[in-house]
Design a protein around this ligand. Structure first.
Ligand code: ADP
Length: 182
């Protein structure tokens, strides 16, 4: 599913975050230490190679809601933007911290002249954020940042399962209303 809002395309696809070769940047659902770990972070570090962990080391630790940027190393993407989502029920206020991840990632993308960025579903894996709530926050935040974007032209949500894809698509069509085709 795809929507175009003020000239910016927002889309939801099912897939793997490390298999988005047409995107300039991908976002990592990172841990505070910016180490490989499991889930999205494990997949990204495996695909990027050890150079990514090396570049990350002096940038860690990061705080919930914070985003930092590195190169993509062996990934097909020029950049990785690492976001630390809130652990649900632990890091508070969790909705604000999750929104901050998406906002800070998009602001970093702007600063680096990035035209396309792919997000995973931050915090909804090991960090246990309910997907429905997280999807609404993710889409709402992206929509709210759109007026500030000059460089970013395409924002993609990459979901790992059919059910997550459906939840993000529903949130996008409700929150973006009749703003565009798709
Ligand atoms: P967090 O620690 O922020 O919760 P996770 O990496 O545990 O992050 O998971 C976030 C979401 O990304 C979960 O829905 C998980 O199923 C999904 N996911 C895991 N691996 C990948 C991948 N390679 N590509 C896209 N999504 C993934």
């Amino acid at each position: 599913m795809q929507k175009e809002i003020s000239g910016i395309i927002i889309e939801c696809v099912k897939g793997n975050i490390v298999d988005q070769p047409d995107m300039t940047a991908i976002v990592n659902a990172a841990n505070a230490q910016l180490r490989p770990g499991g889930g999205v972070a494990g997949a990204i570090h495996r695909a990027a190679g050890p150079g990514l962990e090396e570049e990350c080391r002096p940038l860690a630790p990061i705080e919930p809601g914070q985003a930092v940027i590195t190169g993509g190393h062996n990934l097909p993407n020029k950049y990785v933007i690492h976001c630390l989502g809130p652990v649900y029920g632990v890091d508070k206020p969790e909705a604000e911290l999750l929104a901050s991840c998406y906002r800070q990632a998009l602001m970093l993308a702007e600063k680096h002249g990035i035209d396309s960025i792919a997000f995973p579903s931050i915090s909804t894996g090991f960090f246990r954020y309910p997907v429905q709530e997280a999807a609404e926050i993710a889409i709402k935040t992206v929509l709210s940042v759109i007026p500030e974007l000059k460089q970013v032209k395409k924002i993609r949500f990459v979901l790992f399962s059919d059910s997550d894809l459906m939840i993000y698509e529903t949130a996008l069509s409700h929150l973006a209303g009749s703003a565009g085709p798709g």
